[in-house]
Design a protein around this ligand. Structure first.
Ligand code: RP5
Length: 167
């Protein structure tokens, strides 16, 4: 059975980016659960979720937060499941604050950090992690890669016809 993806965000203001991850997981029909837990505002709830995630059937966790973004690291501190961090862009420092807070983890407690506001890639990486043991997910990922390849080759053909054949 496909394991669940846990998605945690520090605030509901992160939802527009988190929705990119949700939409991607829905597209691949992989089960997930979404929560608002903050490393600073609700640290007990964030900790409890991380501590019990493996026994509750989660296979990988995604944590999105902005500003002094300690959420992904705080979640990773309390589970040995893989944790993917999404640094969220905020007004002050444009996401660099969250990027550095999420990516610069001490040895032994990794957070696989995607780009600032990288909601889609967070879900894609979660799917790739699940695909290590889940053949159904692996097959869907391979089909999507092939479809994307076809689309890019079509674009190359169109550009070549427009610019290269005119010489
Ligand atoms: C972080 O602070 C959240 O992840 C959010 O990105 C940021 C601002 O939160 P709100 O003040 O909008 O609730 O903890």
């Amino acid at each position: 059975m496909t394991k669940k993806v846990g998605i945690i965000m520090g605030s509901d203001s992160d939802l527009p980016i988190v929705e990119k991850a949700i939409n991607t997981l829905e597209e691949y029909q992989v089960p997930f659960e979404v929560h608002v837990f903050s490393a600073h505002r609700t640290p007990e709830e964030a900790r409890d979720f991380a501590c019990s995630a493996r026994e509750k059937g989660f296979g990988v966790l995604i944590a999105a937060a902005g500003m002094a973004a300690h959420l992904a690291g705080a979640i990773a501190a309390n589970t040995t499941l893989p944790v993917i961090g999404i640094p969220i862009k905020s007004a002050g420092l444009g996401g660099l604050d969250a990027l550095l807070s999420t990516v610069q983890m001490p040895s032994g407690i990794p957070v696989a950090t995607v780009a600032v506001d990288g909601g889609t890639n967070a879900a894609m990486l979660a799917l790739e992690i699940l695909s290590v043991y889940d053949c159904a997910v692996a097959e869907k990922l391979q089909s999507a890669r092939s479809a994307n390849r076809g689309k890019v080759l079509q674009k190359d053909k169109a550009v070549c016809e427009k610019y290269n054949n005119a010489k």
